[in-house]
Design a protein around this ligand. Structure first.
Ligand code: NAD
Length: 261
């Protein structure tokens, strides 16, 4: 484990818990995989118990992780989060900006308060976490920022606030990649397709909808938090040293689906 693909690296994962205690979302999956590959991981979450559950998983496998309790929509918390990683381990190599919330409705259906909340959680939080992580990464020669977007950015379907927020995540990623390349920082985003994770099933999902989401992909299989976690692991590692500014769909080919011939 200490000799893994993230040997000697320090990673911060936001939203590293899961809204379902024994569920595996994209944040928990990435945190576990980073630790398995030798990273020391700061598990940032506003829900302490959720982050502790991830820590227990990691520690039970012999990995190293600490919990940071904070709300990433607050600037002070983002500043404290990066400071905590620096105090604990003296460097920051990876920031996985994973926190995000869903939203349904067209512009006619949603209100201003929801619009603003979605942009705050899905975009502003990534900007704030990056604002403090970039100087820390630059101080040790560079790093990797991974932002979790969604194929909704490229494929609007009645989730307007969510689509707009994830489109902004793509633009934020490209801006980070251009502005901080000289400091050795890579920035990439992952655009997941429909996954079966606590984020979407915690309020209940019918078997029929679950099957429809599965069949939306070319492969006809169900995406999970682990699929996004493995993509994040690649982007976090030095194997991706020549990769920056990309949008990596992890969607089983959903984006390529069209009318059948
Ligand atoms: N599930 C899907 O189908 C799907 C598809 C596309 C994109 N995504 C994206 O994947 C990500 C979902 O992550 P997950 O599966 O780990 O989700 P999750 O809903 O299980 O949340 C993970 C953790 O985030 C924490 N959290 C929420 N708001 C926070 C805040 N403001 N500050 C700190 N912590 C906060 C929660 O407490 C929770 O423990 C989102 O960015 C989402 O948009 C999911």
């Amino acid at each position: 484990m200490a000799d893994g693909r993230l040997k000697d690296k320090v990673a911060i994962v936001t939203g590293a818990g899961s809204r379902v205690s024994d569920g595996v979302g994209t944040g928990r999956a990435a945190a576990v995989l980073f630790a398995r590959e030798g990273a020391r991981v700061l598990l940032a979450d506003r829900d302490e118990a959720a982050a502790q559950a991830t820590r227990e998983l990691i520690v039970s496998e012999g990995g190293v992780a600490e919990v940071f309790v904070g709300d990433v929509t607050r600037e002070q918390d983002c500043e404290r989060m990066v400071a905590r990683a620096m105090e604990n381990w003296g460097r920051v190599d990876v920031l996985d900006n994973n926190v995000g919330i869903g939203s349904r409705g067209t512009v006619v259906e949603i209100g201003q308060a929801e619009w603003e909340r979605v942009l705050e959680v899905n975009v502003t939080a990534m900007m704030l976490a990056s604002k403090y992580a970039v100087p820390a990464m630059a101080g040790s020669g560079g790093g990797s920022i991974i932002n979790i977007a969604s194929i909704a950015a490229m494929r609007p379907r009645g989730l307007t606030a969510y689509t707009v927020s994830k489109g902004a995540v793509v633009s934020l990623t490209q801006a980070l990649a251009v502005d901080h390349a000289k400091q050795g920082i890579r920035a990439n985003c992952i655009a997941p397709g429909p996954l079966y994770t606590p984020m979407v099933y915690s309020d209940g999902m019918s078997e029929e909808l679950r099957e429809r989401r599965k069949q939306a992909s070319l492969l006809g299989i169900e995406g999970t938090g682990w699929d996004v976690g493995y993509a994040a692991l690649y982007l976090a590692s030095d194997e991706a040293r020549y990769v920056t500014g990309v949008v990596l769909p992890v969607d089983g080919g959903v984006l390529l689906r069209g009318p059948e011939r």
